[in-house]
Design a protein around this ligand. Structure first.
Ligand SMILES: *[C@@H]1O[C@H](CO)[C@@H](O)[C@H](O)[C@H]1NC(C)=O
Length: 212
């Protein structure tokens, strides 16, 4: 009998933690000004529809550069609404003859959708260096597994445009030639790393903005 009388008390203790857990959080729009932390961005207190909307991919990027490309990103830093949602986007404009040089996104798988033009896209496996290469036309998609080296280049007579989806809000980007030649790795070390000769190393350093 005493046990039965205690039942409501026991139940309330059992239910309380579960009801607290049941308060699911629909989203956590990144509060960018408060800064990133090891646990991620703090959540913005007051959100509106604008936090889940971004028009920065609507405009074609300028392709007047070494690779004749522009990547326009809608990562968490530009589009704080994707914070915590395991997704982000980008737009790639690849001018005629342009190339998105060999690169990786350490923190996300990538899916491209060609909205205009004709490109070749490929990734390289890490276990056997197998190249998985395809020609893509308007409407085609291709997926690049997380962390693997990949590249794209325009083989058409018109600029190519890709809509890009990533499986994380902050995919990261490391371009291989920049990692080698856009910094201060000494030329003699780069010769060892690449088998290139001194003149070639200096040429690439000067093209990519590295220091001797
Ligand atoms: C490619 O970039 C160069 C500058 O590096 C520029 O002169 C050329 O017009 C660009 N071509 C295209 C198709 O964007």
């Amino acid at each position: 009998m005493a046990n039965l009388m205690l039942l409501p008390v026991i139940l309330s203790f059992l239910i309380l933690p579960f009801s607290a857990m049941a308060l699911t959080q629909d989203f956590c729009v990144a509060d960018l000004p408060r800064g990133d932390t090891p646990a991620g961005y703090p959540c913005k207190a007051h959100v509106s529809a604008d936090d889940f909307y971004y028009n920065g991919l609507a405009v074609a990027g300028n392709t007047n550069n070494l690779f004749n490309i522009t990547g326009t990103t809608a990562f968490v830093n530009q589009f704080p609404g994707v914070n915590g949602l395991g997704i982000s986007a980008a737009r790639a404009d690849i001018g005629v003859g342009g190339v998105v040089p060999l690169h990786t996104h350490p923190a996300a798988t990538e899916l491209i959708f060609v909205t205009q033009g004709t490109i070749v896209a490929a990734f390289i496996s890490s276990d056997s260096n197998t190249v998985y290469s395809k020609t893509l036309n308007k409407g085609d998609i291709m997926v690049f597994p997380q962390g693997l080296l990949h590249y794209q280049y325009n083989i058409g007579a018109l600029p190519a445009v890709l809509l890009v989806a990533f499986s994380g809000p902050n995919p990261g980007l490391q371009i291989t030639v920049s990692a080698l030649f856009a910094n201060n790795i000494p030329s003699d070390v780069l010769q060892k790393l690449t088998f290139l000769d001194d003149a070639q190393v200096k040429k690439y350093k000067s093209m990519l903005g590295g220091t001797a």
